[in-house]
Design a protein around this ligand. Structure first.
Ligand code: PGA
Length: 249
């Protein structure tokens, strides 16, 4: 069986007090979720968050990592630094990083390698822009992004692949379940082609305007194993309800 996972991507949000409240509210829910739950937060909040979540069902991850081992990379954080603080995973290749900070497929692949070398699982984001979708390029774009990573690590090294159509992120316009499933099936096929046994076990998450209201429809699809949630994850009970929807399907 594949892991089913909900991952919160807080982006550049939160504060020490807000984070403490979030963890308290999430853990105050009466029923513990039967799926894995991960919170990815800004670097500076990670040590406190790891402490706050110790012994609980919440795993903590980073939103990014630098691909180099150490040295003159002002402002950057290495995979070894993340490992030392007990993180389980990090997001790589988020479309905001690709678009705003010029991250290439190759750099995303190197980041994934750096994580794996340090015992962390990469959550690899892939996704097409609206323009690419309208041109009919969705499968080609997704496969190009995925192939870069699969050329340097094995499917079993992956924490998850997250399909996040760029046009659905933060827009309130989620992909409909069938549209998302078609891309997830294409990702699954590629993972299985790389290694049949390992490829079947990689969770494929959907991300892009997931809310407690649209989550169940997405999770009914055979290759949607969870979600990477931005906006709706800032509220602990909304995020919990998305997790609940996952556990019910
Ligand atoms: P969103 O963001 O849920 O706010 O659309 C998802 C993401 O960027 O991971």
């Amino acid at each position: 069986m594949r892991d089913r996972i909900v991952i919160a991507n807080w982006k550049m949000n939160g504060s020490r007090e807000a984070n403490r409240q979030w963890v308290k509210n999430f853990l105050a829910q009466p029923v513990k979720l039967a799926c894995r739950t991960v919170v990815c937060a800004p670097f500076i909040h990670l040590p406190e968050l790891v402490e706050a979540c110790r012994g609980s069902s919440i795993e903590v991850g980073a939103e990014d990592v630098n691909e180099n081992v150490s040295g003159a990379f002002t402002g950057e954080v290495s995979a070894a630094m993340l490992a030392e603080f007990g993180l389980s995973c990090a997001i790589v290749g988020h479309s905001e990083r690709r678009r705003l900070y010029g991250e290439t497929d190759n750099r995303v692949a190197m980041k994934a390698v750096a994580l794996v070398r340090n015992g962390l699982k990469p959550i690899v984001c892939v996704g097409e822009t609206l323009e690419e979708r309208e041109r009919g390029d969705t499968p080609a774009v997704i496969l190009r992004q995925l192939n870069a990573v699969l050329s340097v690590i094995r499917p079993s090294d992956l924490g998850a692949v997250a399909y996040e159509p760029v046009w659905a992120i933060g827009t309130g316009r989620s992909a409909d379940p069938e549209t998302a499933q078609a891309v997830h099936a294409c990702i699954r096929q590629r993972l299985v082609q790389a290694n049949a046994a390992e490829g079947r076990l990689v969770p494929i998450l959907y991300g892009g305007s997931v809310t407690p209201d649209n989550a169940a429809g997405l999770f009914r699809q055979p290759d949607i194993d969870g979600a990477l949630v931005g906006g709706a994850s800032l509220n602990a009970s909304s995020f919990y309800r998305i997790g609940e929807a996952l556990c019910e399907h």
